[in-house]
Design a binder for this molecule. Sequence first.
Ligand SMILES: Nc1ncnc2c1ncn2[C@@H]1O[C@H](COP(=O)(O)OP(=O)(O)OP(=O)(O)O)[C@@H](O)[C@H]1O
Ligand SMILES: [Mg+2]
Length: 256
Amino acid sequence: MKRVVFNQKGGVGKSTITCNLAAISANNGLRTLVVDLDPQGNSTHYLMGAAAEGIEPNLADLFEQTLTIRFEQRATADHALPTPFEHLYLMASSPRLEELMGKLESRYKIYKLRDALAELDDQFDQIYIDTPPAMNFFTRSALIAADACLIPFDCDDFSRRALYALLENVEEIRTDHNQALQVEGIVVNQFQARASLPQKLVDDLLAEGLPILPTYLSSSVRIRESHQTAKPMIHLDPRHKLTQEYLALHARLGMA
Ligand SMILES: Nc1ncnc2c1ncn2[C@@H]1O[C@H](COP(=O)(O)OP(=O)(O)OP(=O)(O)O)[C@@H](O)[C@H]1O
Ligand SMILES: [Mg+2]
C-alpha cells in the first residue's frame, strides 16, 4: 500500500502524521518506507535527528539520475536508508530537490517516482509519502504514485474552504493519471474537544458529506518533544492519549 499525505496548506500536520503512522506500521512488524518529498526535510529530521544533515543517497540523487545517462546508475532500493527504528526505512529529502524541480518538470519526469516505488513493491508492505505544502511537481508525482491519499485538516476556517479545491485537484489527478487513487479520508488534526468552534466546523463538513475519518487527533505539547528528540510518539510515550489516537487511526486504515 502506497499512501500520500497531502494538503497544500502549510503546517496542518502532514509530516507529523506521516512519521507517526509509519512508526506504528513498522512497530507492528510491517516493512515500512517513508518518502520525504518536501525540500524542507521535516520528516527526514523527525526520523533521523542530527543524522539527517547531508544524508545520502537521498531523493535528489534518485531524481537526478533520471536527468543524466550514466552507465552505472545506483539502484532505487539503495536510496531507502535504515532509520534507528526496526523495519522503518527512509527515502530522505534534500534541499537540492527545490533546485531540481524546474528541470524535472520541463523534462516530463512526473512518472519517475511511480516507477521507482513500483520497483520496491516486493520490499515494503507500507509506503508513506510526505509532500510539500504546494500543488507542485513533487506533490503531483506523489499523487500519481500512490494508491491512497490522506488529507490532514487543522480545523481552521480558511483550510475548510481550501478543502474543496484540494479534493478537485485529487480528482483531476485520478481521472487523468491514476485511476487507482482513493481518498482514504480527511484526518482532523490538533482537535480541541473542549472548544465549540472546531466541533462546529467538523460537523458542517460531515453534513456536507466530506469523508472525515472518525478518529480525531488531539493537540498535545508532547509533539514538540517528539520532534526534538526524533522519537515518534509510539516510541516516546506509547500510553499517551495522542499515541492511542494514532493507533486507532492506523487500525482504521486497515493496516494493523
Ligand atoms: N497533534 C498535534 N498537537 C500539537 N502540535 C502538533 C500536532 N500535530 C502537528 N503539530 C505541530 O504543528 C506544526 C506543523 O506540523 P507538521 O510539520 O507536521 O505540518 P506540515 O503540514 O507537515 O507542515 P508543512 O506544510 O510546513 O510541511 C509542527 O510544529 C508540529 O509539531
Ligand atoms: Mg511537512
